[in-house]
Design a protein around this ligand. Structure first.
Ligand SMILES: Nc1ncnc2c1ncn2[C@@H]1O[C@H](COP(=O)(O)OP(=O)(O)OP(=O)(O)O)[C@@H](O)[C@H]1O
Ligand SMILES: [Mg+2]
Length: 299
């Protein structure tokens, strides 16, 4: 588990995180979501014991140790947002160094190198790796031990679809084993796949804690469906507006804002009007608009 209690951090008098209170129970995966500069890295680093709170505290692990207690390091693994390793070491040497540091068994190195799909590149110096490969190596290092708590700062930012799949599998295995995973991300896909709950932080303040389903519903309300027709059909827009008042024509395309749940009924109306559908797209709401709404800013 991880528990933030009124955690506050200031840099040069500016508040980066303002009184964050949040719990990530054991056996759960919580995502930290928020715009650039909102305090995600600061919060995650505090749990990793890498910075001292100005007030409040963070405790973690089964023993609920203060994150600043050196013993807490044994309970957690941390993947930084910007991973870097000595460029002249090979991937395998990096993994082996951290494996010994974490006192993990020798076969753990092979296991994580395989997960990272670095088997081939494991013998090459890290300086020759691509961005995604360095990120995979970082994930491999972060998952060497069997620590209770995984802290991952934007773990998927540089991963390709294969890397993503491997990563999702790894997080799910940790959850099943009763571990605690706290990660930040800008990718809605990660959240949909992994998170039990989503904590949204904006300008240093926790503004919402939602289930993945609640977040999807909130974003869907801001979605828009576009239906391209062979030609406009008279009277159709008026009928659609009874369900989706903001619907408009854009050329031969019907633009229908609103929740995903209203879309089937709108399509029924289109078909009932005898219109020929030439194309159909639907987009869910965007996170930036969602953040603005949460902080009460005008969109
Ligand atoms: N070492 C530092 N010195 C001064 N200010 C800092 C420092 N680290 C972070 N900040 C400031 O604290 C605020 C929060 O930064 P943080 O890195 O936690 O944001 P973030 O949510 O992780 O952003 P991103 O999505 O870009 O990674 C920002 O205003 C940032 O400029
Ligand atoms: Mg960050």
């Amino acid at each position: 588990m991880i528990r933030y209690r009124a955690f506050t951090k200031r840099y040069d008098g500016r508040t980066a995180v303002d009184s964050l209170t949040l719990e990530v129970p054991a056996g759960s995966v919580v995502a930290l979501l928020g715009p650039n500069g909102s305090g995600k890295t600061t919060s995650i680093k505090a749990a990793a014991g890498l910075l001292r709170p100005d007030s409040g505290d963070v405790v973690l692990g089964a023993e609920r140790l203060n994150a600043l207690d050196p013993r807490a390091r044994r309970a957690c693994s941390f993947l930084p947002q910007r991973v870097s390793f000595p460029e002249t070491l090979t991937g395998r040497e990096v993994v082996d160094f951290y494996r010994r540091l974490r006192e993990a068994p020798a076969d753990a190195a092979d296991r994580v190198l395989k997960f990272a799909s670095l088997n081939g590149a494991g013998e090459r110096p890290v300086g020759t790796y691509s961005g995604g490969m360095v990120q995979r190596l970082g994930l491999a290092v972060a998952t060497l031990g069997t620590t209770d708590v995984l802290l991952l700062d934007e773990p998927t930012a540089a991963l390709d679809p294969d890397g993503l799949c491997a990563f999702y599998g790894l997080v799910e295995a940790r959850r099943r084993a009763g571990g605690t995973v706290f990660f930040s991300s800008h990718q809605l896909g990660d959240i949909e796949r992994l998170a039990d709950r989503v904590a949204v932080i904006v300008e240093g303040k926790l503004v919402a804690v939602l289930s993945e389903r609640e977040l999807a519903a909130r974003l869907a309300d801001r979605g828009v469906m576009r239906v391209r027709l062979a030609a406009r059909v008279g009277g159709l827009l008026e009928r659609i507006r009874e369900r989706s008042p903001e619907a408009v024509w854009f050329g031969d395309e019907l633009v229908v804002p609103g929740s995903a749940s209203t879309r089937p009924a709108v399509l029924d109306l289109v078909r009932a009007a005898g219109a020929e559908i030439r194309g159909l797209t639907a987009q869910e709401g965007r996170l930036d608009a969602f953040y603005r709404e949460l902080i009460g800013a005008e969109s």
